[in-house]
Design a protein around this ligand. Structure first.
Ligand SMILES: Cc1cc2nc3c(=O)[nH]c(=O)nc-3n(C[C@H](O)[C@H](O)[C@H](O)COP(=O)(O)OP(=O)(O)OC[C@H]3O[C@@H](n4cnc5c(N)ncnc54)[C@H](O)[C@@H]3O)c2cc1C
Length: 545
């Protein structure tokens, strides 16, 4: 499942239709009243491009003919991200913000010149990597500008440098995750960064959103990998990160990491890389009840023996996984769990990477020592690994049969985690009514963990966009004050109204001040990250949607 998918494909994850087996459909019918009835997708409306001739000529001068595109397919192909609501909009529900043009720079220097031309011609710029944002990060909002272009970084797709002695690699921002792996594999190296959006997302996007991959316990979050950045801004180029550690003031590169295209466009990223693991072992375990499972993961994190991949599903997520899998093996598994006294099974997947079997065996021993877990063996762990990129394909299939299906995530300290989980679950259940809400931990730390929720309900045919927006707002309200508004999906347009509650008015002022220096006319990504607070110098107001 690691083919390169056309990153301009919107409206679904892959071109081929998804498939749900009959027993899964039957279960969904009984559980949430899914009728299976679907409405035919309607092509979204595409307004005429508002990019004027002077602006277009100036951009053409920078990137060359053929690399400023105003045709319908190019513009639709960079209209919005890949959240459930984005997919609905591409299927004709609600209003879709379409960029006026797509600009494809070929070098980091051209990116600086594109930004200068846009500032001069009053054109907003939405940096566009893989376009997999699920928080409105690539929505084509123009703010108070005359036009908006999507700045597609796909041509910046080179491995610039490898330093195997220092274990460093410099990659251009538009390199997709599979391509990064291929380029680095030639040197025996890897980033180890494997988010579920792996097949489509890019190095620049990971850095711009502080992404977290499935093996974050072993390799770190993306910001832990970033050693240096090259940033194009309307005010010029900014390079950061020349030493493995530094006390030369605050770490300004961490101001750029997570800046979501609001402060500048990341054109190159220097990353810490590791030798590719020769051996990987994935194993499934069952734990009786969420409380016990959570205690196990906390102990592993606090003892410093987390597996490289550590993922704990709650009772509901485990139940749905088993119900959708169906078949005699699942029946046998359920009977086995009952016999072992596991009445409320929570699936725990652990994965270890190492240079040889001995290292993996040692790491496995360290993780499991002192914990009495019910082993479900490597086939279950391997099944998880094999299906690790299936989530978005399943989402396509569920949407095709009329489901409202979406995910959201947060994080909190261990002491507050249960309260947060209960609050978010409660908010989603209240808002969606007859639905399934599942939760898992897939990123754990000494002091806390992330919570990742998936909700499935029958789609409200009359107002499908509104149905999810109401539920999402309720969940976001529930999160405020208890956890972070995002552990790894970022802020984008969707979470911007909640940022002030998290970083304070002064925090927004600090971000606005940095933006005022780097992007004085506010062309970069209007309506994202810092759009929620009051109007600030240099910051465009929330864009039209
Ligand atoms: C099915 C699915 C599964 C996902 N799973 C995960 C997961 O496991 N972990 C995770 O962390 N995230 C996940 N995501 C969210 C998303 O994939 C990440 O946010 C990813 O980092 C975005 O990368 P991208 O290249 O697609 O960026 P885009 O979506 O193109 O952009 C994301 C944001 O960064 C900005 N941006 C992009 N490139 C640059 C650049 N070069 N310079 C400056 N700004 C830039 C954009 O303007 C936008 O605001 C998932 C998304 C989907 C749809």
């Amino acid at each position: 499942m690691t083919e390169r998918i056309d990153h301009t494909l919107r409206g679904r994850w892959t071109p081929e239709a998804g498939h749900l087996p009959p027993h899964a459909l039957k279960w969904l019918r009984q559980r949430i009243g899914l009728t299976g009835a679907t409405t035919a997708a309607r092509p979204p409306a595409v307004p005429a491009s508002a990019l004027d001739d002077d602006a277009r000529a100036a951009l053409n001068d920078v990137v060359g003919p053929g690399f400023v595109r105003v045709d319908r397919d190019s513009r639709l192909g960079r209209a919005g991200g890949l959240s459930y609501v984005d997919l609905l909009r591409h299927r004709g529900e609600g209003a879709l913000a379409v960029p006026d043009a797509v600009v494809l720079p070929g070098t980091p220097e051209q990116v600086v010149d594109v930004l200068r031309a846009c500032a001069e011609h009053d054109v907003a710029v939405v940096p566009f990597g893989g376009g997999t944002s699920v928080v409105g990060g690539v929505e084509a909002l123009r703010g108070d500008k005359a036009a908006v272009v999507a700045l597609d970084l796909g041509r910046l797709d080179r491995l610039v440098d490898v330093d195997p002695v220092s274990r460093l690699a410099v990659l251009q921002a538009g390199v997709t995750a599979p391509r990064a792996d291929r380029l680095l594999a030639a040197h025996g190296l890897t980033t180890g960064h494997v988010p579920q959006s792996y097949e489509r997302a890019t190095i620049g996007g990971f850095a711009a959103t502080r992404s977290a991959g499935q093996a974050s316990s072993g390799y770190g979050r993306f910001e832990d990998l970033v050693q240096g950045v090259r940033l194009a801004t309307p005010a010029g180029e900014w390079r950061l990160g020349g030493a493995p550690a530094s006390a030369a003031g605050p770490d300004l590169k961490q101001l750029v990491v997570g800046s979501e295209g609001v402060l500048g466009v990341i054109t190159e990223v220097a990353l810490r890389v590791r030798p590719r693991p020769a051996v990987e072992r994935y194993e499934g375990f069952a734990v009786d009840g969420w409380e016990r499972g959570q205690r196990v993961v906390r102990a592993l994190a606090q003892d410093g023996v987390l597996a490289d991949v550590t993922r704990l599903s709650d009772v509901d997520e485990t139940g749905v996984t088993l119900a959708l899998a169906g078949g005699w093996k699942t029946t046998a598994l359920k009977a086995y769990l009952r016999a072992r006294g596991v009445g409320r099974p929570c699936l725990l997947v652990l994965g270890w990477h190492g240079r040889d079997r001995a290292e993996v065996a040692r790491k496995r021993r360290d993780t499991l020592r002192g914990h009495r877990l019910v082993s479900l063996g490597t086939p279950l762990g391997e099944a998880w690994r094999h299906g690790r990129f299936n989530g978005p394909r399943q989402r396509d299939a569920l949407m095709d049969v009329g489901a409202c299906v979406e995910t959201l995530e947060t994080a909190a300290h261990w002491a507050a985690l249960d309260e947060l989980r209960d609050a978010v679950r409660g908010a989603l259940l209240d808002a969606l009514g007859d639905c399934v809400v599942m939760c898992h931990i897939s990123h754990a730390y000494e002091t806390g963990a992330s919570l990742y929720f998936t909700a499935i309900a029958a789609r409200d045919a009359a107002d499908p966009v509104g149905q999810w927006q109401v539920a999402k707002a309720a969940a976001s309200e529930a999160i405020a004050g208890l956890g972070t508004i995002s552990h790894h999906h970022a802020v984008g347009a969707d979470h911007a109204p909640y940022l002030e509650a998290e970083v304070g008015a002064l925090g927004l002022d600090v971000l606005a001040a940095a933006k005022g220096v780097l992007d004085p006319t506010g062309v970069l990504n209007p309506g994202k990250l810092i759009a929620g607070g009051p109007a600030r110098p240099g910051v465009a107001s929330t864009g039209d949607r």
